[in-house]
Design a protein around this ligand. Structure first.
Ligand SMILES: NC(=O)c1ccc[n+]([C@@H]2O[C@H](COP(=O)([O-])OP(=O)(O)OC[C@H]3O[C@@H](n4cnc5c(N)ncnc54)[C@H](O)[C@@H]3O)[C@@H](O)[C@H]2O)c1
Ligand SMILES: O=C(O)C[C@H](O)C(=O)O
Length: 340
């Protein structure tokens, strides 16, 4: 004879075992910041996230308590800024997003953030390598062109580097390109997808309009559109007048990238994002990392796409990009060698 209570428990256990197969713990390091808070909120709304872990050097538990009241199923935990707190935040994570670090003020380049953010990312990468060595790491902190190589070097030094699992988040460039081209063409941005390759700063951001729905864009309109995509970040930094850089659009972009990886991990095919990864595309020119279209799979990077046909103007942009990028990457790699 089964009591109502034991039937309820059995049903509960079954429900748990179904969701347990799809458990996806997602950790945000820098969760109380301008990006961290809205990003964490968007992740709370994502049904694929079962467990949200929020860590920051200040305010993590408060943000977690607040977000935990949102009535979606996932659990939310905030962690104290201690080595134990960081370890607990990372233990068992499938995805780790890193928006920890200082943002730009007007007049600064992303590279000007290097002196502060390089060591922040290095130390968080060390913790991730120790406590979540198999997680997919999504680096948002700038300068992305250098912080991704820093993370790779840290993981390599600890013997756990898997290039399929390290991503520089350049999704905001894709989001902007889609939005800005729709403003020029008076179309719905939902129907505009622009491939943006290279890196994530100024001239290293290379939109391939010739591969978009509007290869006809040319002349001054094209030049202005490309410039706006390359320097869209500056628009926000200027408008915020010293109060930081893009946070809300970045949270949206970061949540999209995390969702794409979760969808791919849960079996969806043909999930493609442009992202800054270790790449063979320009290795012969000494450039180890490059953003291009990447098909995502259960283990992370499944296939790095060729750049495809580009016109003469775009080839010129790529040439300029490669010069800056190689310096940014080398700077990140050297930093970890000199400051292990
Ligand atoms: N990849 C991109 O497209 C993109 C877009 C926008 C901003 N960013 C970058 O993201 C970073 C964060 O920007 P923001 O506007 O959220 O800044 P913010 O200052 O508002 O927030 C940063 C957060 O990081 C936390 N933090 C600092 N050191 C930490 C550590 N060691 N461990 C954990 N948390 C730590 C801070 O306490 C703060 O809450 C900046 O470097 C910015 O340039 C990147
Ligand atoms: O511009 C910045 O410094 C932040 C970010 O990289 C952006 O593109 O908005």
């Amino acid at each position: 004879m089964f009591s109502a209570r034991s039937i309820f428990n059995t049903v509960q256990r079954r429900a748990f075992s179904v969701s347990a197969q799809q458990n996806s713990k997602v950790t945000v390091l820098g969760a109380a910041g301008g990006i961290g808070q809205p990003l964490s909120l968007l992740l709370k709304l994502n049904k694929r996230v079962s467990d949200l872990a929020l860590y920051d050097i200040r305010g993590g538990p408060g943000v977690a308590a607040d977000i935990s009241h949102v009535n979606t199923k996932s659990s939310v935990n905030g962690y104290d800024p201690t080595p134990e707190g960081l370890k607990a935040a990372l233990d068992g994570a499938e995805i780790v997003l890193i928006p920890a670090g200082v943002p730009r003020k007007p007049g600064m380049s992303r590279d000007d953030l290097f002196n502060t953010n390089a060591s922040i990312v290095r130390d968080l990468a060390k913790a991730a390598a120790d406590h979540a060595p198999k997680a997919k790491i999504l680096v948002i902190s700038n300068p992305v062109n250098s912080t991704v190589p820093i993370t790779a070097e840290v993981f390599r030094s600890k013997g756990v580097y898997d290039p399929r699992k390290l991503f520089g988040v350049t999704t905001l460039d894709i989001v902007r390109a889609s939005r800005f081209i729709s403003e020029v063409k008076k179309t719905d941005p939902a129907n505009e997808e622009v491939t943006v390759i290279g890196g994530h700063s100024g001239h290293t951001i290379v939109p391939l309009l010739s591969q978009s729905n509007h290869p006809d864009i040319s002349g001054e309109v094209r030049n202005q559109l490309v410039n706006r995509i390359q320097f869209g970040g500056d628009e926000v930094v200027k408008a915020k007048q010293g109060a930081g850089s893009a946070t809300l659009s970045m949270a949206y972009a970061g949540a999209r990238m995390a969702d794409s990886l979760l969808r791919a991990a849960q079996g969806e095919k043909n999930v493609v994002e442009c992202t800054f990864v270790e790449s063979p595309l320009f290795k012969d020119q000494g450039i180890d990392f490059f953003s291009s279209k990447v098909t995502l799979g259960p283990e992370g990077v499944e296939k790095i796409h060729e750049i495809g046909p580009v016109n003469e103007y775009e080839q010129g942009l790529i040439d300029v990009c490669l010069q800056d990028l190689s310096k940014n990457i080398a700077k990140g790699q050297a930093f970890v060698k000199e400051n292990p």
